[in-house]
Design a protein around this ligand. Structure first.
Ligand SMILES: [Zn+2]
Length: 229
């Protein structure tokens, strides 16, 4: 952890403001709602059955790459209920993470959504902002090259693994900490209860459920804390 994020340090206060805004975009991860009736019960059953047929073979579960193969990534209007999922064609990262988290839990694993801030090229991010705004949705999840994102944290071998259903890949801590595109700037693990008795170590960072951890130099983290108060 505590590897400096050069962009943050060089961009000074303007960068801090962008990060503070993205950190406060959603106080909790997106939650797919349940009508409490057969429509949503059946939709969850459908997801469970689809997962088993697509990702269980030779006695082993495989990562749920089917989610992103089935759904395109793009803007989606909230709120979203489970019964809307099977027939949807496009899901945003919050929906995709909601489905992936449910899938890992249905398999019997300890899983919970994780909020993230990722760094992308500002030009690419600006394209996404336009995509959202053209669909009549807010593009406030993007500030400069910083993007709000959601994925699924899974307890594995005494630490955390992060499955990104939008990219259909595990986010590896050593890769995530570099200055490359889609670098992880901050993480916030949801659902304190899920992690009781479970390690929340991800790479060299220990995450605390309900608290943002910034993957940056200590002084930058301190300024972020001050700017988010
Ligand atoms: Zn429903």
């Amino acid at each position: 952890m505590t590897r400096a994020w050069p962009g943050l340090l060089e961009r000074g206060r303007a960068g801090m403001t962008d990060l503070a805004k993205v950190l406060s975009y959603l106080s909790k991860p997106s939650q797919i709602s349940d009508h409490g009736t057969s429509c949503c019960t059946n939709a969850r059953r459908w997801i469970r059955a689809f997962d088993r047929s697509a990702a269980f073979s030779h006695g082993n579960w495989h990562p749920p790459t089917w989610i992103r193969e089935r759904y395109a990534w793009g803007p989606h209007r909230w709120p979203v209920a489970w019964c809307q999922i099977p027939d949807s064609e496009v899901l945003d990262c919050g929906c995709l993470a909601g489905v992936a988290t449910e899938v890992f839990r249905m398999r019997g694993e300890v899983a919970s959504q994780i909020q993230m801030v990722l760094r992308w090229s500002p030009l690419v991010a600006e394209g996404w902002r336009l995509m959202w705004e053209r669909a009549g949705e807010s593009g406030d999840w993007i500030r400069g090259g910083l993007c709000y994102h959601e994925a699924t944290a899974v307890a594995r071998d005494g630490c955390l693994a992060i499955w990104d259903p939008t990219e259909s890949r595990w986010i590896e801590p050593d890769v995530a900490m570099t200055a490359s595109c889609s670098g992880v700037v901050a993480l916030n693990l949801a659902d304190q209860a899920a992690w009781s008795g479970t390690s929340t170590i991800w790479g060299s960072a220990e995450l605390r459920a309900g608290h943002w951890t910034t993957m940056s130099a200590d002084d930058a983290a301190e300024q972020i804390r001050m700017s988010t108060v």
